[in-house]
Write a protein that binds this ligand. Structure first.
Ligand SMILES: Nc1ncnc2c1ncn2[C@@H]1O[C@H](COP(=O)(O)OP(=O)(O)OP(=O)(O)O)[C@@H](O)[C@H]1O
Length: 614
């Protein structure tokens, strides 16, 4: 199985669980009640063998003694059961609450992690941590809370009472105890190692499953089912290998600890039996001693088991904490409100609303993606864009158009230079405030598994029905939604699987219209539309772009031919800027583009064009 480059070295101790303290601290009152129930249930359990002792030594002397001891035993038993029930209920409630808070914290943190993080860290892995690791915590934390302290207290109490009841008999126990502790520690450590590997395998499996299910159509089209299945089988076999190792450790540790306990108990029974035969102690005392010895052995076995599950818990906690340790892309979120300072006039119609367009300046911007730090995706790009201007970025595939937009959205930081919005370095703006001023219609819009209306309203959840309808109409969404039975309320399926590429793009355009941004970014926004729909939407976009700064990326020059300026990118460098006509004259690469797309005839002939035609 491939090693995940992100994996952290295995932490060798379980103290990492201590880091969950902040989540426990919010439940102080419940914790206090829990500790009380725990202490009372442990104490009453420890008194029970004394009841058995009285019963055996004194209970058979008279009817009244028998009745009173029986009633006392019943009362003690009921009290013990009640305290245990309370302890377990509180442990479950506190444990589940802690896990819920911890999980929410990790999820909200994951929402703020930067694009760079998700380049290295597969999304399937994040999902696995938030599902399988959280499941381990959900089931484990309650058990640990419920039993570890109880077993610890019972063990200490039982050992003390053994010593008080028949001190000489404790010797076999004292010999066995260090051995038992050693075996438990060793097996806990080994189990933790294997369990951590198991979790890593599960995360890989989960990532692989997600990729395969997402790409199922490609896998089927390329008839890659056997290879994908084989890969999955290999991963499963590896996982089973880890499970087998853990099971073997468990088997040997159960066998060795159980064997040692029974050996010690047999010696105690024989030795104690001799004392009873010699009338040195009553049978009740021996019975009480043996009950304490059994309690001590059970508690020790439970602690051993708990050590193993604490190890699993520590592994899962560590993996979730590792996500929390990642640096988020922005700290204090700014509330999602309309940037009122930027709105000049708000008329009744959405498209008639005017916003104050922003000026932009790319100042000697260079950037390399972290995973390809040896090559520049963008190199020394400088460009001033006036407020309200429409600038088109053109260039071959991979020239760097989308990268410019990613930098503007601050998904990444330029390695050199800076980007200014209204003269202010965008790095100094609160991230949400910056993004609130931008709207992107991406090349591959992401559609969520909800209704068409909900998908559009994501851009502005508080939008009025009138605004929604206007955006829907302007982006031609109604052209297809009106034909559906549930219209805008139609559920579009996972990733918009029930829609065509063009329909998804129209939803993305409607989102941008509804967002009413100061800077509109159209990244191949209409590439999946047919000619007629593209014409209609270009008109709608024309209304939208008229009053705001617009950046457009397009392969098809026809869509950008009327932009006030066109920036020609080549292998990350800005090689020319001008309008269509100017570029035909000054930029051979642009001219080549235009020729290939037969666009050099679309403007009036200039001397250069005459030359090209000749
Ligand atoms: N996340 C990434 N990690 C590493 N390299 C990347 C990443 N995204 C893009 N690149 C590389 O950066 C360069 C510029 O890519 P970019 O997506 O900006 O090009 P583009 O002009 O928008 O292309 P297209 O027109 O095909 O969308 C390309 O060489 C690409 O391979």
């Amino acid at each position: 199985m491939a090693q995940n480059p992100w994996q952290r070295p295995v932490n060798k101790n379980v103290w990492v669980l201590w880091k969950l303290k902040p989540f426990l601290q919010t439940r102080r009152a419940l914790l206090l009640l829990y500790v009380l129930a725990l202490l009372l249930s442990a104490a009453s359990s420890l008194v029970l063998p004394q009841g058995a002792r009285w019963m055996l030594d004194k209970g058979f002397h008279s009817y009244s003694a028998l009745i009173w001891i029986s009633i006392a035993l019943l009362g003690l038993g009921l009290f013990t059961v009640a305290m245990r029930a309370l302890r377990d209920a509180l442990a479950t409630w506190i444990g589940q609450g802690v896990v819920a808070d911890f999980r929410t914290a990790v999820f909200s943190h994951a929402l703020h992690l930067p694009a760079v993080f998700y380049e290295v860290f597969r999304t399937g892995e994040v999902i696995s941590r938030l599902s399988s690791d959280v499941t381990i915590l959900r089931f484990g934390l309650t058990g640990v809370l419920g039993r570890s302290l109880q077993s610890g207290i019972t063990l200490i109490g039982a050992l003390a009472l053994m010593a008080a009841t028949m001190p000489q008999l404790i010797i076999p126990g004292m010999v066995a105890l260090p051995l038992l502790v050693f075996i438990n520690l060793k097996s806990g450590r080994l189990q933790r190692r294997y369990s951590r590997k198991e979790q890593d395998c599960l995360a890989d499996l989960s990532a692989h499953t997600e990729e395969s299910v997402n790409g199922i159509r490609v896998i089927q089209a390329l008839t890659l089912e056997p290879q994908t299945e084989e890969h999955y089988r290999r991963d499963i076999q590896f996982l089973l290998g880890q499970v087998w190792s853990r099971v073997m450790v468990q088997l040997w540790s159960t066998f060795l600890t159980g064997g040692l306990v029974f050996l010690a108990l047999s010696v105690m029974l024989y030795w104690g039996g001799l004392a009873v035969l010699h009338h040195e102690v009553g049978i009740g005392v021996l019975a009480a001693f043996l009950l304490y010895a059994l309690m001590a052995a059970t508690s020790l076995a439970a602690l051993g088991e708990l050590w193993g599950s604490m190890a699993r818990l520590a592994g899962a906690t560590e993996r979730l904490l590792a996500l929390l340790d990642e640096t988020p892309e922005a700290s204090a979120p700014v509330p999602l409100v309309q940037d009122s300072a930027s709105i000049l006039v708000v008329n009744s119609g959405l498209l008639a609303q005017r916003v104050r367009p922003a000026s932009l300046c790319l100042d000697n911007v260079s950037f390399s993606y972290p995973s390809r730090s040896d090559s520049s995706a963008i190199a020394h790009v400088s460009l001033d864009i006036a407020a309200g201007e429409t600038v088109a970025f053109v260039g071959a595939s991979g020239a760097g158009k989308s990268t410019v937009f990613s930098l503007l959205l601050r998904h990444y930081q330029p390695s050199q230079g800076c980007i200014l919005l209204d003269g202010v370095d965008i790095n100094t703006l609160p991230l949400r405030s910056l993004r609130r001023q931008l709207a992107v219609v991406p090349q591959h819009p992401v559609i969520f598994s909800m209704s068409i209306a909900e998908n559009i309203l994501m851009a502005r959840p508080d939008a009025s029905e009138v605004d929604l309808q206007e955006a829907v109409h302007a982006a031609q969404v109604d052209e297809f939604s009106d034909r559906l039975k549930m219209r805008l309320q139609t559920h579009v399926g996972e990733k918009g699987v029930t829609l065509s590429g063009g329909q998804c793009q129209r939803i993305a355009i409607a989102r941008a219209i509804l967002r009413n941004p100061r800077v509109l970014i159209l990244d191949e926004a209409t590439s999946a539309l047919d000619a007629e729909n593209e014409r209609i939407i270009q008109e709608a976009l024309g209304n939208l772009t008229a009053q705001r700064t617009t950046l457009v990326a397009a392969h098809r020059l026809a869509t950008v031919i009327h932009a006030s300026r066109i920036a020609m990118l080549d292998k990350g460098r800005l090689i020319a800027v001008g309008n269509h006509r100017e570029l035909l004259d000054i930029c051979p690469l642009y001219r080549q583009f235009a020729q290939l797309q037969r666009l050099h005839e679309k403007v009036e002939d200039g001397p250069e064009l005459q030359k090209i035609r000749a």
